[in-house]
Unconditional design. Structure first.
Length: 464
């Protein structure tokens, strides 16, 4: 497939030298793509850390601090999403007038015309919504691709994408904040609570990074959660070029909502019944909101109602998101490793903490987010809390009034303590409310290791 370089060169000058900052999964993928496409362009990779992916021939690699001296004669900089824009290196680049582009942003601009593009962002729920939409296209037997923050760089699959297909992208604020070409036909913001305070000074700055997705669109649909007070207040007054729609669990919605325990879509003035809440395969109030975004995007993508209904009733969920992965002796084990902030853990507590039989595991790398609401809800829903990782000391200070709090030193101790404390009919919820980087490469690795260790110990106990 021929890529749309004309669109890129209409905005950016034809490059002679490109610097890629960060050589993680997306950095590696874009390096391969650029080396294949731009044969006569000098490509330089700079990364502070040791390379996790193999070197590519005819690319220069510079490890250590990003040296501004390499900016000489540079046409573009490709920034990996994990690298913050506030680096001095980027300040020097801006002073020289060098454009800074994200991997996904650039590759989105290379897409051929005729693709139905859907972009999903928000603090929580975006992975579930993204995968659920993709599943809807699968049920309908329509060509689709899922990429972005969900784990597959768009650079990896761009040669496979054909006109007439559907592309669903999970988008982090890092991928949106300085985007130029990222203009999905359908863009969605699921919710907004303060996260990534190491990158954003306040909620408004975080909001501006997210809402840039809507502001970038020239046409199509911008859909937001009307039940989120901050989004409702700040989006409805924006002068956007798209048709702005909202979803709500109340009756005042413009695209999808809930009326008397039924999900409806609003088509002009008509209400079209989709399904009953009781038929949703994923339970919990948050999954009603997720389902409304799924319904909206599939309906606007002209997916038949019978396929939408089937997708809503048969989707099995996302790994590491409230994932029931093991039961033994009447004990339910749930992997919610994707909960990397307190708000996400609060959602899990509201779903599972109804019988005071919950053992909650918290900890990891502290984001220094407020804990008052989490502590208050934990006191009402949990019988025991286990704390681990770098965050355990600060968390313990907030849980001082809680009678059953246990602090452990290692991840093996987490598993041992959980098995020691559980009784039949208990639920063990691993929902850390913290980042994973103190012990693990990412939340996926953390979740996989948690599941592996629980299953191994369970087998050992069965043998003994």
């Amino acid at each position: 497939m021929l890529l749309n370089w004309e669109r890129i060169f209409a905005k950016l000058k034809v490059p002679t030298k490109i610097i890629i900052v960060g050589y993680g999964k997306s950095g590696f993928a874009i390096a391969k793509l650029l080396r294949n496409e731009l044969k006569n362009v000098e490509i330089v990779v700079t990364d502070k850390n040791q390379l996790k992916f193999p070197e590519i021939k005819e690319i220069n690699y510079l490890l250590g601090e990003h040296d501004p001296k390499i900016l000489d004669k540079t046409s573009w900089i490709i920034k990996s999403p994990g690298v913050p824009l506030r680096l001095e290196f980027f300040k020097f680049a801006k002073e020289k007038g060098i454009p800074i582009i994200g991997e996904l942003d650039l590759v989105f601009g290379l897409l051929p015309d005729g693709i139905n593009t859907i972009g999903v962002t928000g603090t929580n729920g975006k992975t579930t919504v993204t995968e659920w939409i993709g599943y809807g296209f699968e049920v309908a037997k329509l060509p689709y691709y899922v990429a972005g923050n969900v784990g597959t760089p768009l650079s990896e699959i761009i040669y496979d994408i054909i006109p007439g297909s559907n592309l669903v992208l999970e988008l982090s604020s890092y991928q949106i904040e300085n985007s130029i070409f990222l203009k999905p036909k359908i863009a969605m913001i699921t919710n907004l609570t303060l996260d990534h305070i190491d990158r954003y000074a306040n909620l408004h700055e975080y909001f501006e990074a997210k809402v840039h997705l809507f502001k970038n669109q020239k046409e199509g649909f911008s859909i937001y959660n009307k039940d989120d007070p901050y989004l409702e207040k700040n989006i409805k007054n924006l002068a956007l070029k798209t048709k702005v729609l909202n979803v709500s669990k109340g009756k005042n919605f413009s695209i999808a909502g809930v009326v008397e325990n039924e999900i409806f879509v609003k088509d002009n003035l008509d209400l079209v019944k989709i399904t009953s809440l009781s038929d949703l395969s994923l339970k919990g109030e948050h999954n009603i909101e997720n389902a409304l975004f799924v319904v909206s995007s599939l309906y606007l993508s002209s997916v038949e109602l019978k396929h939408i209904r089937k997708a809503l009733s048969s989707f099995s969920g996302v790994e590491h998101r409230q994932e029931i992965f093991h039961t033994n002796n009447g004990i339910i084990w749930i992997n919610d490793s994707k909960s990397t902030n307190p708000e996400s853990t609060i959602v899990a507590l509201k779903t599972w903490g109804k019988k005071n039989n919950l053992i909650l595991i918290l900890g990891g790398r502290d984001k220094n987010t407020p804990l008052d609401e989490l502590v208050s809800l934990t006191a009402k829903t949990c019988k025991t809390v286990i704390l681990f990782g770098e965050a355990k000391k600060r968390f313990l200070e907030h849980f001082k009034g809680f009678s059953n709090v246990f602090v452990v030193d290692s991840f093996d101790d987490v598993i041992d303590k959980a098995f020691e404390l559980t009784r039949p009919n208990d639920i063990v919820l691993f929902s850390p409310a913290c980042a994973s980087f103190d012990m693990f490469a990412n939340f996926e690795e953390r979740g996989k290791i948690f599941k592996k260790k629980v299953k191994e110990k369970s087998k050992c106990e069965e043998i003994t």
